[in-house]
Design a binder for this molecule. Structure first.
Ligand SMILES: [Zn+2]
Length: 56
């Protein structure tokens, strides 16, 4: 059986360590703070961010 488990470093607490950052991600273009890398990536792909990116 092939079961995919998250790699240890994908854990949020470990991530914050190797990123050297707190567990929040700020988009400087939109001036919004996201609580996870997943939310941050989703934000970057979102229409709100794309619009701000063009308008800056
Ligand atoms: Zn943004």
């Amino acid at each position: 059986m092939l079961e995919v488990f998250p790699k240890p470093w994908s854990d949020a607490s470990s991530l914050s360590v190797w990123k050297g950052l707190k567990r929040s991600y700020t988009c400087n273009i939109c001036n919004v703070t996201l609580n996870s890398i997943e939310q941050y990536h989703a934000h970057l792909k979102g229409s709100k961010h794309q619009t701000n990116l063009k308008n800056q």
